[in-house]
Design a protein around this ligand. Structure first.
Ligand SMILES: Cc1cc2nc3c(=O)[nH]c(=O)nc-3n(C[C@H](O)[C@H](O)[C@H](O)COP(=O)(O)OP(=O)(O)OC[C@H]3O[C@@H](n4cnc5c(N)ncnc54)[C@H](O)[C@@H]3O)c2cc1C
Length: 244
C-alpha cells in the first residue's frame, strides 16, 4: 500500500520531493516530483491533483488544481516513480508564485489524483479546445488516441513561444490562437474558432476547458446553436478572474 505521509482533514495526502524544475516556455514551468511516496499512486496523465502551496498572505497553505501531465511508475534509473505537473506562470497567485520559486529538494503535498475522463476510443472524431491551463490535459489526452484518429485541437496562448509539441500517434490538426499582449480570459479567440469550426461527420467527442466564462459561453453555443448532443460534450472551467 502507498505510504500516506500526511493527512489534510480526513483526506489522505501524499508528500513528494521536487526533483527537477524546467522552464518549458516563457509562461510555463514543469515541476517533476520523484519520490518513493509516489509508489502505487497509479496516476493517469490527464487526472487532477489538488496541490498545497503557501498562501500569499495567510499562514495556512491553500489548495489549487493541477493536471498530471505525466506519470512514470519508475524513473529513468529504474528505482523511483515520477510525476510531472506543468504550471502556467500567469501573474500573482499562490500556485504561480510557488512555481516561480520552487527548487529541487523542496517538497510538495497533494491530494489525488482524481478524475475519470478518458477520450472515447470508439468516437469517430475528437475536438479538444482550451487555453494554456488546458494544454497539459490536451497533450495527455491526444497522446492516448490511436493512430489515424480524426482530432482537431484549438489552444489559446499568448505568443508563438508558448506553443508546445502535441505528442502521440494521432497527429491531430492543431490550431494555435495567439492573444498577444491581451490579458488571458479577455479575448473571443476560442469563441470565434469554435463558432467557425466545421464539425466532422459521425459521432464525435468535444473536450473544452480553461477560463470559466469563456468555456461556458462556448458550451452554450455548441448546445443551443450547433445542436451538439450534451452527452458528447465535456466542459470544465479551470479558472476565472477575481477582482483584486
Ligand atoms: C481540473 C483542473 C486542472 C487544472 N490544470 C492546470 C494545469 O495543469 N496547469 C495550470 O497552469 N493550471 C491548471 N488549472 C488552473 C489553475 O488551477 C488555476 O489557474 C489556479 O487558479 C491558479 O492558482 P494561483 O494560486 O496561481 O492563482 P489564484 O490565487 O487562483 O488566482 C489569483 C489571480 O490570478 C488569476 N488567474 C488564475 N489563473 C490564471 C490564469 N491561468 N491566467 C490568468 N489569470 C489567472 C485569478 O483570476 C485571480 O485574479 C487547472 C484547474 C482545474 C480546475
Amino acid at each position: 500500500m502507498r505510504p500516506q505521509t500526511s493527512v489534510r482533514g480526513r483526506v489522505a495526502s501524499t508528500v513528494a520531493t521536487v526533483a527537477m524544475v524546467t522552464q518549458l516556455t516563457p509562461r510555463m514551468t514543469r515541476v517533476r516530483l520523484v519520490d518513493d511516496s509516489l509508489v502505487g499512486l497509479a496516476a493517469v496523465p490527464g487526472q487532477t491533483l489538488k496541490i498545497y502551496v503557501p498562501d500569499l498572505v495567510g499562514e495556512l497553505p491553500v489548495s489549487r488544481d493541477y493536471t498530471v501531465r505525466d506519470y512514470a511508475a519508475h524513473d529513468c534509473d529504474g528505482t523511483r516513480p515520477s510525476l510531472d505537473i506543468d504550471v502556467v506562470l500567469h501573474g500573482e497567485g499562490p500556485a504561480a508564485n510557488w512555481a516561480r520559486r520552487v527548487r529541487p529538494g523542496e517538497t510538495l503535498e497533494f491530494v489525488g489524483p482524481s478524475g475519470r475522463y478518458r477520450p472515447d476510443p470508439q468516437a469517430d472524431w475528437h475536438l479538444f479546445a482550451g487555453d494554456e491551463t488546458a494544454l497539459p490535459a490536451i497533450q495527455a489526452y491526444v497522446a492516448m488516441l490511436p493512430a489515424k484518429t480524426c482530432a482537431l485541437v484549438y489552444i489559446e496562448v499568448a505568443h508563438a513561444a508558448e506553443e508546445q509539441p502535441i505528442p502521440g500517434v494521432a497527429r491531430p490538426t492543431v490550431c494555435w490562437l495567439h492573444r498577444g499582449d491581451l490579458a488571458p480570459g479577455t479575448t473571443a479567440l476560442l469563441d470565434d474558432a469554435l463558432h467557425a469550426v466545421a464539425l466532422p461527420p459521425g459521432q464525435g467527442r468535444i473536450w473544452l476547458a480553461g477560463h470559466t466564462p469563456t468555456v461556458q459561453r462556448i458550451r452554450a453555443h455548441l448546445l443551443n446553436e450547433r445542436a451538439v448532443d450534451r452527452r458528447t460534450l465535456y466542459v470544465k472551467g479551470f479558472w476565472e478572474r477575481r477582482p483584486r
